[in-house]
Write a protein that binds this ligand. Structure first.
Ligand SMILES: Nc1nc2c(ncn2[C@@H]2O[C@H](COP(=O)(O)OP(=O)(O)O)[C@@H](O)[C@H]2O)c(=O)[nH]1
Ligand SMILES: [Mg+2]
Length: 459
């Protein structure tokens, strides 16, 4: 074991709660348990059994709290080491006092993610699963949680393992053939080529899965755009259910980007209100409009707001014809007022490909319909893309997959040319190496530290 010392940390959030948990992991766990916990009957400390009793100071003289304690002997524990868990009352003062006594008894404070790091080092889970655990804890929507859970259960690991097997097989064939003459090489090539092609396809599919997974886990970015005074800020406020953006009847009120997270049907949508697009009246407004263009180029979707109570203007028409976003929702606002134009005055090119919804940000009319449409379209497309593929959650994984694919492409070229099996073999080893960095089969200590330092303390 690389970490022979014993770590301890409060594992539950800071604040008052019914129960607060302190986790201890390492060789001192049993000693600490015997020293700092006293149950009514003599405690047999059977592994994975909960006992009720008092928590004591390290010298055993004073009682700090009462509660439940459990000892989980290695290797059947989260970290794979002896783990002692204290379930005390959820008061930071109590938990801190117990933690300090644990330090006196020989433990040291755990670094962020150190429990998970030990779980990984002791083979309790692979690296992509440990990372999935961190994203699961940080998940802000049902969809994000589902994606992490899938990875935690090993979906990415399985996918990578099957690609890896193909590559190992191809590599083995190549290495054997390199020991023989060139004739053997050429006769063996088709099989290796097929395996490398298959593997490259698999890796490419995983890279594509990243974008849709990101949308499931981080949510979709949706920009509310339109010319001034059509009711963009009112719409953001109505959807958010609170006053997030300033609404006035003065055109050009909104200048900064205002973002609000909205969970629709378990799917996170990051809505951004923007400055109205028109010929700017001053430098600040001009900057605001530049921000909108930038935001639009990155967005997954756009809600273009039009004022239904006033005739369409040239600015509206320009906006309508310049929409480049993958998903477009046209919202005709102010349905509480008399309509000044009909939907069939929208350019046919737009009306065909976007959903058109009539709403009133003021009265709430049509908002449910808009919400349904947003969640159905955005979540629907993300779920559809990920249905057949594993989830790829982290940018680290995506970059490694890209490096692996680049090596595979190079290997494919060498195989096609059929002259230098050594070079093909070199690239295959490179491709396998990158995949191994995802699962953690082959990884440097510095990278490990960087990954686990992003975790919370106590995990
Ligand atoms: N009658 C009516 N007025 C609205 C509606 N939505 C917004 N407004 C009004 O239109 C004006 C501009 O609204 P605002 O949200 O600031 O528009 P923005 O410039 O596009 O952000 C304000 O006076 C709002 O009260 C609506 O659905 N019905
Ligand atoms: Mg506004």
């Amino acid at each position: 074991m690389r970490d022979p010392d014993t770590i301890a940390a409060i594992a539950t959030p800071w604040g008052a709660s019914g129960v607060g948990i302190i986790r201890v992991s390492g060789p001192l766990s049993q000693t600490v348990a015997r020293r700092m916990f006293r149950s009514a009957a003599d405690c047999p400390w059977e592994s994975h059994h909960l006992y009720r009793g008092d928590f004591l100071t390290a010298d055993g003289r004073a009682v700090l709290d009462e509660g439940l304690a459990v000892l989980m002997r290695k290797p059947r524990s989260f970290t794979g080491e002896d783990v002692f868990e204290i379930h005390a009352h959820g008061n930071p003062v109590i938990l801190q006092a117990i933690l300090e006594e644990l330090m006196k008894a020989g433990c040291r404070p755990a670094a962020p993610g150190e429990f998970s790091k030990r779980a990984f080092l002791n083979g309790r889970m692979d690296l992509s699963q440990a990372e999935a655990l961190a994203s699961m804890i940080a998940a802000r929507s049902q969809a994000a949680y589902t994606a992490s859970l899938f990875q935690l259960k090993g979906s990415l690991t399985h996918r990578i393992d099957s690609i890896r097997l193909k590559l190992i097989d191809a590599l083995a064939h190549l290495e054997v053939s390199m020991d023989f003459d060139v004739d053997v090489v050429s006769s063996q090539t088709p099989q290796e080529t097929r395996q490398v092609d298959d593997a490259a396809d698999g890796v490419a599919r995983l890279i594509a899965a990243y974008d849709s997974t990101r949308r499931l886990s981080e949510g979709a970015g949706v920009v509310i755009a339109g010319r001034p005074n059509v009711g963009k800020s009112s719409l953001l406020n109505a959807l958010a259910g609170e006053q997030k953006a300033i609404v006035t009847d003065i055109p050009g009120t909104t200048r900064d980007l205002i973002t609000h997270p909205l969970v629709l049907d378990g799917f996170l949508v990051r809505l951004t209100d923007t400055a109205g697009i028109r010929a700017p009246q001053d430098d600040i407004e001009k900057e605001g409009i530049n921000l909108v263009q930038n935001e639009l180029s990155r967005a997954d979707g756009v809600i273009l707001v039009l004022d239904g109570s006033r005739p369409l203007t040239d600015e509206d028409r320009t906006l309508l014809s310049n929409l480049r976003c993958p998903l477009v929702f046209i919202v005709i606002n102010k349905s509480d007022l008399t309509a000044a134009w009909r939907e069939d005055s929208l350019p046919p090119s737009v009306a065909g490909k976007a959903s058109v919804i009539r709403i009133s940000a003021k009265t709430g009319d049509g908002l449910d319909l808009l919400k349904n449409e947003l969640s159905k379209t955005l979540a629907g497309s993300a779920r559809h893309e990920t249905r057949t593929d594993a989830f790829v959650l982290s940018l680290r994984h995506k970059l490694l997959l890209e490096q692996s694919l680049a090596a595979l492409r190079a290997a494919q070229e060498h195989l096609a040319r059929n002259v230098s099996p050594e070079l093909a073999a070199f690239e295959l080893r490179e491709a396998i190496g990158r995949l191994d960095e995802i699962t953690g089969r082959q990884i440097g200590e510095d990278v490990l530290d960087r990954i686990f330092s992003g975790f919370c303390i106590g995990k």
